[in-house]
Write a protein that binds this ligand. Structure first.
Ligand code: NAD
Ligand code: ZN
Length: 368
């Protein structure tokens, strides 16, 4: 079992990763459970159908019989309706300010449950039990949110969990698309922090088909990167922005194409290729690295189709709406070199040149 501590100015909590982390409910976290007058789980439907019994068994062993609120699988749960349904459910079940919530599911369910916990009776404690690879990112750092019809994550707050228990056994049922999604965020953590680790991931033959043991070690490294950044900049005034590497263009791809069937991380993978071209222009990254990255992504089943199938204008509109954009210029995280990120404004004109360059490089890669 791996463990690390997220150290913040006003609080700290532990992230545990491995296949027997739920045993900690009967030991390390028995006090947390016993100090709560009620314990509730908000569970993603899909994750619950497959694995909720594992969590329930562990809680019952610890002497707790939780109330369970099942929410729709994936992004659909981050809606106003589901949010208020959860609040009403826990009020009706007599939850109080001394109750405890547990988030069980991927990043979407974690964001929803975290926001329910942040606001229920002005805020109660919660524990993150992530069930996707991507959630190694989302379960740590305290960002919680739901979506509005007008945009993603538009209503939310910072609310840190009391603990994160990441059971890697549950990852075995993830479909390939969700594995790719999470692995994209993992390699992002490498790119913004560590050249050697980045290179080793790029050489990993089982990158998109990882074994549980290898994955546990790698995810712990990814979580450490996130934890270190959050420790220095909890509220995203500076360094925390680096975690958005690949996301300015990636979010635009998601908005244009996400409903066409690509997961968040798959869109971020495309966004990182875009950012590597920017890093050739503004940093010291080599063009050959970008081409190698695109090839690596392809081999691992990532698609670049959105870039070839849509015009620059369709992406630009969404990039301009990005929370980080201002006055016709977009903010991008760029790499000086691997492991050395910085933020820079880029004009719409340059964004278009980079887009055309990316299209050419993808087409070139397809021919080779
Ligand atoms: N708070 C943050 O800091 C932060 C950071 C990154 C992403 N996010 C958010 O995370 C969300 C994406 O998270 P995600 O990629 O985990 O997606 P997700 O929560 O939508 O889950 C993806 C799919 O996998 C299913 N699933 C979950 N666990 C499973 C399992 N063990 N086996 C099989 N299927 C399983 C879910 O039902 C869903 O259909 C987005 O809403 C994003 O905004 C938040
Ligand atoms: Zn992301």
């Amino acid at each position: 079992m791996g463990k690390l501590t997220v150290q913040l100015p006003h609080t700290q909590y532990e992230v545990h990763i491995g296949e027997d982390v739920y045993d900690l409910f009967s030991s390390r976290y028995i006090g947390l459970l016993q100090s709560a007058d009620r314990v509730g789980i908000i569970a993603d439907k899909q994750a619950a159908d497959l694995h909720l019994h594992t969590l329930l068994d562990a809680l019952r062993t610890a002497g707790v019989e939780p109330m369970v609120k099942i929410v729709p699988a994936g992004e659909k749960c981050k809606s106003q309706d589901v949010y208020f349904e959860c609040q009403s459910y826990f009020v009706k079940e007599n939850f109080t300010r001394n109750s405890l919530l547990i988030a069980f599911g991927g990043g979407a369910c974690g964001d929803l449950a975290g926001f329910v916990a942040a606001t229920f009776m002005r805020g109660i404690k919660f524990v993150q039990c992530p069930t996707t690879i991507l959630a190694h990112d989302s379960a740590v750092g305290g960002k919680t949110a739901i979506n509005l019809p007008e945009g993603k994550n538009m209503v939310g707050s910072f609310h840190q969990p009391s603990a994160v228990l990441f059971n890697t056994k549950l990852l075995a049922t993830l479909p390939p698309r969700e594995i790719r999604s999470g692995m994209a965020e993992l390699i992002k953590h490498a790119f913004i922090s560590d050249a050697e680790w980045s290179e080793s991931l790029l050489e990993e033959a089982s990158f998109s088909n990882p074994t549980e043991e290898w994955l546990s070690t790698e995810l712990l490294k990814g979580i450490q990167v996130k934890a270190d950044i959050v420790a220095e900049d909890e509220f995203e005034h500076s360094k925390r922005k680096f975690l958005n590497f690949g996301h300015t263009f990636g979010h635009a791809v998601e908005a244009v194409y996400g409903f066409g069937g690509l997961s968040h991380g798959e869109c971020v993978m495309i966004g990182m290729a875009y950012s590597f071209i920017l890093s050739e222009r503004h940093g010291k990254m080599d063009a050959s690295f970008t081409d190698h990255f695109i090839k690596f992504a392809r081999i691992n089943g990532y698609s670049f189709a959105p870039v070839l199938e849509h015009s620059f204008e369709s992406f630009l509109g969404f990039m301009e709406k990005d929370k980080k954009a201002a006055f016709g210029e977009m903010n991008f995280v760029i790499l000086e070199k691997l492991g050395a990120p910085f933020v820079r404004k880029v004009s719409a004109g340059e964004c278009e040149q980079v887009f055309i360059d990316l299209q050419n490089r993808i087409e070139m890669g397809e021919r080779s």
